[in-house]
Design a protein around this ligand. Structure first.
Ligand code: ZN
Length: 319
């Protein structure tokens, strides 16, 4: 357990920096100036990007294996690091992912959020120029590199599972424990342990089959180009108040009203769009009167979305 804590700490050093004043999102510490101190922030394969659905390459990748995502995790630490809120776990073994575009196994390191001043923007990646009010990044490092610190030296060192949020009239009950914890870490460099066990699967959307994937970078300095991004198409739905709770967090210089990096050039990169034709699109049902609880129940019964493989419905016209 101590070893893992060391991994996590080393990773924080690499990914978010110890000194909260190293970078920010406004003024002379803002994204425009990151490249002056961190050369890689001027690279050609940076994140985030705006994904143009007309330019993606449709693929049917192997299924992703999500291991430990439905485990009940006891020791969940919630930390305000001055840039965002981090969620880390002590439980062994850590959750892991493999399959999809990934070669090998990737071990969970931490997750964190990016948001905006109001509900009209805040995500980092965009889909067809659309911003979402918030985005979740679940960061994993490649097992063969042993530590996150070592992994960030390799072009396939990290994978980030990214999930977008959109507004719902109803609260998402699985997020109540997170927003309750936020109230106890409003000051920078504070940590609390979550009061109830936590299951990763409960905070994710139910369609984990449709996603975009591309090669990019960390979206904070040092902007290392070491990330295989997976952006899941189906957003998680939260109530306005649940998103607003994140905007109460403070950095050393005041409230963290926004913490997303602007869009970077896509350059010569190709974005792949994974569509498994066995599955029907969630867009088929979007009943505004259905609350999150009903949706989650439906989501846990994924057999009801199975369709024949020769469905004439194609990925692009389904979006
Ligand atoms: Zn992030």
């Amino acid at each position: 357990m101590h070893l893992i804590s060391t991994f996590a700490f080393a990773f924080l050093q690499a990914f978010h920096f110890i000194n909260a004043e190293d970078f920010g999102y406004d003024g002379v510490r803002g994204p425009t100036y990151w490249g002056e101190r961190y050369q890689e922030c001027r690279g050609k394969h940076q994140s985030p990007i705006d994904i143009n659905i007309l330019r993606v390459k449709q693929v049917a990748l192997p299924d992703i294996s999500f291991v430990g995502f439905d485990d009940s995790i006891d020791d969940v630490h919630v930390t305000n690091n001055g840039h965002t809120v981090l969620i880390e776990v002590d439980n062994e073994p850590h959750p892991r992912v493999s399959g999809g575009p990934l070669d090998g196994d990737y071990i969970f390191s931490q997750m964190h959020f990016h948001w905006g001043d109001n509900d009209t923007f805040g995500s980092e990646d965009k889909i067809n120029h659309r911003s979402f009010p918030m985005e979740l990044h679940m960061v994993f490092f490649k097992e063969e590199y042993k530590t996150a610190q070592e992994a960030v030296k390799h072009s396939d060192g990290l994978t980030v599972l990214a999930f977008f949020y959109e507004l719902d009239r109803h609260k998402h009950p699985a997020y109540d424990d997170i927003t309750a914890a936020l109230a106890n870490v409003t000051e920078p460099h504070t940590t609390v342990v979550m009061s109830h066990p936590f299951s990763i699967l409960n905070i994710l959307p139910y369609d984990l089959n449709r996603y975009f994937t591309y090669r990019g970078s960390l979206t904070t300095p040092p902007c290392s180009e070491v990330v295989i991004w997976l952006d899941f198409e189906q957003p998680v739905r939260l109530a306005h108040d649940q998103i607003e709770a994140f905007r109460e967090l403070r950095s050393a210089t005041g409230k963290i009203r926004h913490n997303f990096r602007p869009i970077q050039p896509i350059g010569d990169r190709v974005v792949f769009y994974n569509v498994d034709n066995k599955y029907f699109n969630y867009n088929e049902v979007d009943n505004p009167d259905e609350d999150n609880t009903q949706r989650r129940k439906r989501g846990h019964n994924r057999s009801n979305v199975t369709l024949a493989k020769d469905s004439p419905r194609t990925a692009l016209n389904a979006v």
